[in-house]
Design a protein around this ligand. Structure first.
Ligand code: SF4
Length: 220
């Protein structure tokens, strides 16, 4: 199967067969998702969640976080690393949303096209294409495809995207390739496959149900 689109659809079909369909349900509201994605940079999910919980315990509202000194935010989130930088970015983002929108919410993004919403989000300091796509897809249910390290690695090995495609470029390539209604399930299932089977250092090709489709496997 050489056409990447047909291959991607077949990969999706098998991933669903193995790991199931993932019905979309918002994990967090959009502002909380934005804060959580800033906290997630250069750390793991467990420490991100700890920092997020501590922030929520210390400050009753996002307005309180916005108005707090950077040092106080830093104290709450330092477990996730890069605490001062993240504290500054969170405060700046919350201040800018309030200044531009007159209120601290992001639901207005639903009225924009995905491209407009993505442009608006990525104009924030510390929000790149992955963070923007996570907020759009996870919190707002909009058709954006986030590419994290697992999605990037697995789609390159399979040959869905060129071997040298950057993570930034991969967002657009995978969005064009897949029907929007598959984004949520495809994203989560690729991550699961990357964690459990197609691991970075030692992919378990011998037990992989995608090996007959995989460029990396064919080249070994
Ligand atoms: S065959 Fe190997 S490299 Fe290819 S997707 Fe499966 S585990 Fe990853």
């Amino acid at each position: 199967m050489t056409d990447p689109r047909s291959k991607a659809l077949e990969v999706h079909r098998r991933l669903v067969e193995q790991y199931g369909e993932r019905p979309w349900r918002p994990r967090l509201d959009p502002v909380a998702e934005l804060v959580s994605t800033i906290l997630s940079q250069n750390t793991n999910d467990r420490l991100r969640d700890q920092a997020f919980e501590r922030l929520r315990e210390r400050f009753p509202t996002w307005e309180a976080v916005r108005d707090a000194p950077v040092e106080a935010i830093f104290q709450a989130i330092q477990v996730a690393g890069l605490g001062r930088q993240k504290a500054r970015r969170i405060k700046e983002a919350l201040q800018r949303i309030s200044r531009e929108r007159g209120t601290l919410e992001l639901d207005f993004l639903r009225q924009m096209s995905v491209e407009e919403a993505r442009r608006w989000l990525t104009s924030f300091n510390g929000i790149g294409p992955k963070t923007a796509a996570i907020i759009l897809l996870f919190a707002l249910g909009m058709p954006a495809f986030p590419v994290d390290t697992h999605v990037h690695r697995v789609s390159k090995r399979l040959g869905l995207i060129p071997p040298k495609a950057s993570r930034e470029k991969a967002h657009g390539l995978l969005e064009e390739m897949m029907p929007p209604e598959t984004y949520y399930t495809f994203h989560l299932n690729l991550i699961r496959h990357g964690r459990e089977v197609c691991q970075a250092r030692r992919p378990r090709c011998e037990r992989c149900f995608l090996k007959d489709l995989c460029d990396f496997y064919a080249s070994r």
